[in-house]
Design a protein around this ligand. Structure first.
Ligand code: FPP
Ligand code: MG
Length: 296
């Protein structure tokens, strides 16, 4: 990963030194997308470059997302918008993604198109997330469309592009990436309910307060009686008391809503494994099994 960090640093430095100083304060994550590229295409100049580009675009999307969500932390650290304001966070995001696109034009058209199209879809996904947060959403189809675009599309395009780079079956790897992305987002939504603030590095049970009716909440609504539905409705977008939090967590477990969402993520994970079975790539298989066989 150091080679990718060094590449990103050199790209940002080529644009502007002040931007580099700001970028140094962005909390980097697990680099899932970069790891996928290296595990699919192996490590070489082209795969390292593509990995750096995708991580720059992903970082840009999170900088903008933290402005949109008015988030003060990212991965347990102060977010750039919290430290320097929304304007700076937006412009740093603009620098990262436009430099990413500038480097992307060095790649074959099919790869450049796959990544660029994914970023357009990603932005549509974020818009959908914002509009779906206006009122309670009980439609699983709309939820899946939103998480597909917001999260899975870029992972799908990343895996597809890595396969194109090395001449592997791009359809199979796109399916792997899509299912990985969907499962990843569902699990992220489950962890918001089942984990503590400390385990998450950000406030737990934040989604419902922010207007996000994630999959476990949709399933919970389906399972509750009408009195309980009224209670859950009354908690939507509200600052939750400790009692409210306990009530939600208990009902989520009792009703099987959390388990149902976990089962969905696990079956998507199994579909991802089937798609790449022929590649016999234990690293890629482990990405899925680590994700779906974890503690919830
Ligand atoms: C995190 O969602 C957000 C995303 C995965 C996508 C954000 C996309 C954009 C802002 C579109 C703009 C794109 C570019 C390249 C500038 P979340 O809020 O559910 O997750 P979180 O808990 O990590 O914040
Ligand atoms: Mg967010």
């Amino acid at each position: 990963m150091e080679k990718i960090e060094a590449l990103i640093t050199s790209y940002v430095k080529e644009v502007d030194l002040d931007a580099l100083a700001l970028y140094a304060q962005v909390a980097t994550g697990k680099r899932l997308r970069a790891k996928l590229i290296l595990k699919i295409a192996g490590e070489n100049d082209r795969s390292l470059k593509l990995a750096a580009i995708v991580e720059m675009i992903h970082a840009a999307s999170l900088l903008h997302d933290d402005v949109i969500d008015d988030a003060s932390t990212r991965r347990g650290q102060a977010s750039i918008n919290a430290l320097y304001g929304d304007k700076t966070a937006i412009m740093l995001g603009d620098i990262l993604y436009s430099k990413g696109f500038l480097e992307l034009v060095d790649f074959e058209q099919e790869i450049a198109q796959a990544i660029s199209d994914a970023v357009a879809q990603l932005s549509v996904g974020e818009m959908l997330d914002v509009t779906l947060s206006d009122e309670i959403n009980l439609d699983t189809e709309r939820y899946f469309e939103m998480i597909y675009k917001k999260t899975a599309v870029l992972i799908e395009a990343t895996a597809k592009s890595a396969a194109l780079l090395c001449g592997k079956d791009e359809k199979a790897f796109a399916t792997y990436g899509k299912n990985l992305g969907l499962a990843f987002q569902i699990i992220d939504d489950v962890l918001d309910i089942t984990m503590s603030d400390e385990q998450l590095g950000k406030p737990a049970l934040a989604d419902f307060k922010e207007g996000k009716t994630t999959l476990p909440y949709i399933y919970l609504f389906e399972a509750l009686n009408s009195d309980e539905q009224t209670i859950l409705n009354s908690l939507y977008k509200k600052e939750l008391t400790d009692d409210d939090k306990r009530w939600i967590k208990t009902k989520m477990q009792e009703s099987g809503a959390v388990m149902r969402a976990i089962n969905d993520a696990q079956s998507l994970g199994r579909e991802a494994l089937i798609a790449i079975k022929h590649d016999q790539n234990s690293d890629l298989e482990r990405v899925i099994t680590d994700m779906i066989e974890r503690e919830f």
